[in-house]
Design a binder for this molecule. Structure first.
Ligand code: FES
Length: 104
């Protein structure tokens, strides 16, 4: 059974936006679009740049550096620059708080 760690209240994540957080030294990004929430690693697999600030639309985030697109549900890379996915985390929302499954 997974253990979950609280990251942030969902009301603190803007619609079609993201908030960078840390969990045990890992840089994560909590993303929201159309009321759905996702947590992915805050690192583009193309050139290791932060995804924070990238445009979020229809369940995808666009890297703000060169525009790679990643599917927030599973981290799948879409674009010409890399086929390496980013890590996407299992989450749940408890009393409005976004919680991520720990990887231990
Ligand atoms: S660093 Fe993200 S697309 Fe190049």
């Amino acid at each position: 059974m997974s253990q979950f760690q609280t990251l942030i209240h969902e009301s603190d994540v803007p619609e079609n936006g993201s908030v960078a957080v840390e969990m045990e030294g890992m840089a994560l990004l909590v993303c929201k679009s159309a009321g759905d929430l996702w947590v992915v690693e805050n690192r583009c697999s193309h050139q290791d740049q932060p995804l924070e600030g990238g445009r979020i639309r229809n369940g995808y985030i666009f890297c703000p550096v060169h525009g790679m697109r990643y599917k927030l549900a599973n981290g799948e890379a879409v674009g010409q620059l890399t086929s390496v996915p980013i890590k996407a985390f299992d989450i749940r929302v408890e009393d409005g708080f976004v919680q991520v499954a720990r990887t231990e």
